[in-house]
Design a protein around this ligand. Structure first.
Ligand code: GCB
Length: 676
């Protein structure tokens, strides 16, 4: 890669500087909610999916787009001033999708720096004329740093590639006789030691070996750094007085389901709120008024995980109706699952019953689309999870799209919701600057996902260098200096944001060296015996795995999840006796793990999550053959032999642990009315 730097625009650095005091004080309360844009009698949604104009800024400093203000006029009309070379024509780029694998250009696949997306949106007339209407632009995922303009006016910036952000653009679109608006989004995929995930730009200054200005993006995580608009960009409307956020927590007292709710309304202090809870037949089972309260549901149908109950994933609908003295009213409907989560010294409990995670780790990853959201892929994956008898997954190693979590709620797939804290290995990535950003990301994640019954635990990181001295402070749980938010570190902060769910991070540090483990609720351990060490020696797995479990449990007296284990197999490679990379080796490795799991799950082991659900793309390295091949399915979702082993196992475990409860109804999944 040639270029003097991949750095952000001057504007971008200015933005980070401006954020510093705010983040320093850790007064992180985000402004406003982030309710998923849903249609209702008072709200319209318009997705801007499809082809966008796209231009990567290949200029040496990557700043030509800012210097020439590409946002000021339609991208296709940009004419470089005399003497300055054109940065190239625009391409048609699909949204949602990563841009990397769409063209045949190697330099675009590996591009580091700013890329520009642009499209026009046609606005219904009432959106531009009705002054009682808000028009909001929402970007569901732009990886990694994004700057957004509407009709050439800067409206919002956002750091972080996996969580949504919004701008109220009502004033812009209601200020003249407009029927269209032009949305321009500049996105920079550069990762630094303080981004999440972190990375470093390495400049190769030796001109005898590299072209002038050569640099590469170094990363410490094992998946390709796909970039672009990975999820939908939408425009949606609300009334000017509107339901801004809803928080729901649930509990159960005997057979009474308790739904506590808090609703925040913006735009006017004078409003009335009516809240109704409807069952799956549309019958009102509880109602309340006011912006907070408790809905009581006698004989409640609880939300149970898949395979734990005859009618898993029961969802109620919470309908909030806000009215004002004037003509304005707003309606929002939120799916609600009533369930409890608790952790004891050796158990993970859902609705008071022991829950065993038999599931997978996933990635948002597929051919051509990269990390782009895709409904057919998503449905295929859920069908495979059901086929497999998997009841859970971890969103390794970043928050997945909201549609994924909505399907988990609806299908009863339990989720460990992980933030993008992966590859935190350099000491500077455990410093205050990184911590501040990490706290903010957790705040954005909890704000987005707090109401999903499927989400039962937060994971604040994957395999950080938790033996390094600063890790103790970074992950800490206690409040140092009462009353001062600024002293809350990662786990405390997350627990304060959401006191209803356990918090963990996933470790590969030794049990007696891990400085973060004392603060987690559940120990999640990754290990690759007979793969990354003792290669080829399957016979070491059982003794090593036994000591792993015994040491962790003895030290911490907390339930343990095997959060990753696995082996690479290239589909169709066969060897007997088993050799590494053959399907037989993958199978034998798993069987050795399983025999230890079967002993330990009688004690304090509460889950096993295979690495990985499917093969996925990584950076090119001598360790990877066109990506990581530890999938039990190929990247195209074809089963390897081991998928059948796991399927047999998961169904057996499910049948052993299945609970029968008194709710007699049965209903086919997929037949209920389903609104996004
Ligand atoms: C790990 C990481 C995961 C990798 C996996 C592997 O421990 O958490 O991101 O892909 O190992 O296959 O090396």
């Amino acid at each position: 890669m040639v270029g003097s730097q991949a750095s952000m625009s001057p504007k971008r650095s200015a933005c980070w500087v401006a954020l510093a005091p705010l983040l320093c004080s850790c007064a992180l309360a985000l402004q406003g909610g982030m309710l998923f844009p849903r249609e209702s009698p008072s709200r319209e949604v318009k997705a801007l999916d499809g082809l966008w104009r796209f231009r990567a800024d290949f200029s040496e400093n990557r700043l030509q787009g800012f210097e020439q203000q590409w946002y000021r006029q339609p991208l296709r009309e940009v004419r470089a001033p005399r003497g300055v070379p054109e940065s190239g024509p625009t391409l048609d780029m699909p949204v949602p999708s990563s841009f990397n694998d769409i063209t045949q250009e190697a330099r675009l696949r590996n591009f580091i720096g700013w890329v520009w997306y642009e499209r026009e949106a046609i606005l219904p007339q009432r959106w531009t004329q009705d002054m009682d209407m808000r028009v909001v632009l929402r970007i569901n995922s732009a990886h990694y740093y994004a700057v957004v303009w509407v009709n050439g006016i800067h409206v919002v910036e956002h750091e972080g590639g996996h969580l949504p952000f919004e701008a109220d653009i009502s004033k812009l679109v209601q200020s003249g006789p407009l029927t269209t608006c032009r949305v321009t989004i500049a996105i920079n995929n550069t990762l630094t030691p303080h981004t999440l995930p972190p990375g470093s730009i390495i400049y190769k200054a030796d001109t005898s070996m590299y072209p002038k200005g050569y640099f590469v993006q170094d990363i410490n995580f094992d998946f390709f750094n796909y970039a672009g608009l990975h999820r939908s960009v939408v425009l949606y409307t609300t009334p000017t007085t509107y339901i801004d956020d809803i928080t729901v927590t649930t509990n159960v007292e005997q057979d009474i389901g308790l739904v506590d709710y808090w609703i925040s309304v913006k735009g006017n202090e004078h409003f009335q709120l009516e809240v109704r809870l409807l069952d799956e037949d549309g019958k009102v089972v509880a109602q309340e008024t006011g912006d907070q309260g408790q809905l009581r549901v006698p004989g409640a149908n609880l939300w149970w995980p898949y395979l734990m109950h005859d009618h898993p994933a029961y969802l109620y609908s919470l309908e909030a109706r806000m009215t004002t003295a004037g003509p304005v009213s707003d309606f929002y409907t939120l799916p609600v699952g009533i369930r409890t989560v608790a952790v004891t010294e050796s158990k993970f409990l859902i609705n008071g019953k022991p829950f065993y995670f038999h599931g997978v780790n996933k990635h948002e990853d597929s051919d051509i689309r990269g990390k782009g959201f895709d409904w057919p892929l998503l449905m295929k994956d859920f069908n495979l999870l059901y086929w497999l008898g998997a009841n859970s997954f971890r969103t390794s190693h970043y928050p997945y799209s909201e549609e994924v979590l909505q399907l988990c709620d609806r299908y009863g797939i339990v989720v460990i919701d992980e933030c993008p804290g992966v590859g935190i290995v350099l000491p500077q990535s455990l410093g205050n600057e990184s911590l501040r950003h990490h706290l903010e990301v957790m705040e954005e994640l909890v704000r987005r996902d707090k109401n999903h019954p499927a989400v039962v635990m937060w994971s604040v990181a994957n395999e950080p260098s938790s033996a390094l001295k600063p890790a103790g402070y970074y992950f800490k749980r206690q409040l140092v200096g009462i009353g001062s938010l600024s002293t809350m570190t990662l786990i405390t902060h997350t627990k304060t944001l959401d006191p209803t769910r356990p918090v963990t991070f996933v470790t590969n540090t030794k049990y007696d060296a891990d400085l973060g483990a004392p603060y987690v609720d559940v120990i999640c351990v990754n290990s690759y015996f007979s793969w990354y060490h003792d290669y080829g020696h399957l016979e070491v797995i059982q003794p090593q795995l036994k000591s792993q479990f015994e040491n962790w449990y003895k030290t911490h007296k907390k339930p343990v999840i095997q959060s990753e284990y696995g082996a690479e197999a290239i589909a169709g490679f066969h060897e007997d006796p088993p050799l590494m990379f053959s399907e037989e080796y993958q199978k034998a490795l798993l069987e050795n793990y399983h025999s230890v799991f079967d002993q330990k799950r009688k004690e304090y082991m509460v889950g096993e999550l295979i690495w990985n659900f499917a093969d996925f793309m990584t950076n090119q390295t001598p360790m990877r053959v066109i990506g990581n091949k530890k999938g039990i399915f190929t990247r195209q979702r074809h089963p390897k032999n081991v998928a059948f082993i796991l399927r047999e196992r998961y169904w057996r475990i499910a049948n052993e642990t299945r609970h029968h409860h008194s709710v007699p109804r049965t209903q086919c999944l997929g037949t209920r009315p389903f609104t996004f």
